[in-house]
Write a protein that binds this ligand. Structure first.
Ligand code: LMR
Length: 329
């Protein structure tokens, strides 16, 4: 190198220095299975916007909606293994990791969403957030969707009307047994497969919240619905434990702030959507929404409730009692 090229080389390095020092923000993956226009979709967008405002030089949140990256079962494993950073699967989708969350699947345990909310906020509900920590999954908070309703391709008002029908369930053995108690056939299936399975008639019914029934257009093939409110479909926002403990204290504070804001917002959206989508469905031509009387509902309760006793050992009596207590404020 001659004496003349050295200064120009140093000049070039000085010019490139800021670029060399600048590192692209780390991409954090948030995967979910519903549409952007749902409580979870809206929560995810708000979470992204707050984090990128606060820590945008360090992190970028990449949202994959509609199961475009993976289904929930895989997302739970991917979180445990640290392959993705955030997900918010339904509370029914953790059975390979903990038995305690099955409490949320017990039919007719929660009379309304206020009871669900109270239980989630109770010491027992909060302790469940860390029940999978040793397996790499840390719960950061709960997100509501709402109470589940039954839908089918034919009219039904009594449990025996469902006998012999194939009902899609989430992959949870409580939910599978719930349909078996009704003498229906339970077909566990990923959410992303439900619409096509209803369309090709390989299943004849399903259970879900008003917002999922509406946003996925299940009504196209499920014109008969019952206001059963028989179970709850809520979510746990989860992250990988190691990723979380590797963040600095200041970063964790920002993430906690973003979570608090976005979960609050998602919960407000859930409440509004549950009410609005129920009304929208009720107004649809060709859709029939049946409202059972209190006595009729008791018949459904009597058919499904034996499940409580058979899961008491697995879930834990104390957890079930705390959930029941939240229903009697
Ligand atoms: C389902 O599989 O029915 C739900 O968990 C989908 C969702 O995330 O709301």
């Amino acid at each position: 190198m001659n004496r003349r090229t050295l200064p120009s080389l140093l000049g070039l390095i000085a010019l490139l220095m800021p670029m060399l020092l600048w590192a692209a923000p780390q991409q954090l993956i948030l995967s979910h299975v519903v549409s952007p226009d749902t409580p979870k979709g809206k929560m995810a967008e708000m979470f992204k916007s707050i984090i990128e405002k606060k820590l945008g030089d360090r992190y970028e949140i990449i949202i994959h909606s509609n199961a475009s990256l993976m289904d929930d079962d895989e997302a739970v494993t991917a979180i445990a293994e640290g392959r993705i950073h955030f997900a918010a699967p339904s509370l029914s989708k953790f059975e390979s990791y903990t038995q305690q969350l099955k409490v949320f699947d017990l039919p007719f345990l929660f009379p309304d969403m206020n009871a669900v909310n109270r239980f989630q906020k109770s010491p027992t509900g909060q302790a469940l957030l860390s029940s999978m920590e040793s397996q790499g999954i840390l719960g950061l908070g709960y997100l509501h969707n709402g109470l589940k309703q039954l839908t089918a391709d034919r009219p039904f008002t009594r449990p025996e009307d469902l006998a012999g029908l194939r009902f899609r369930t989430m992959n949870s053995d409580v939910l599978i047994k719930q349909f078996e108690l009704l003498n229906a056939e339970a077909v566990p299936m990923a959410f992303s497969k439900v619409y096509e399975s209803l369309a090709n008639r390989s299943i004849q019914g399903q259970e879900n919240t008003w917002s999922n029934i509406f946003s996925q257009a299940f009504y196209d093939h499920q014109p008969y619905m019952m206001i059963s409110n028989h179970g709850v479909l809520d979510y746990m926002l989860i992250t990988n434990s190691e990723f979380w403990s590797g963040l600095s204290e200041e970063e964790r504070r920002s993430f906690r702030f973003a979570l608090e804001m976005s979960l609050k917002y998602g919960n407000a959206v859930a409440k509004a959507k549950s009410a609005n989508d129920k009304i929208e469905l009720g107004r649809m031509k060709g859709v029939s929404v049946y409202e059972p009387s209190a006595d009729e509902l008791t018949v459904w309760q009597t058919a499904m409730q034996p499940l409580w006793a058979s899961y008491e050992g697995l879930i834990g009596e104390k957890v079930i009692q705390a959930a029941q207590q939240a229903g009697r404020p």
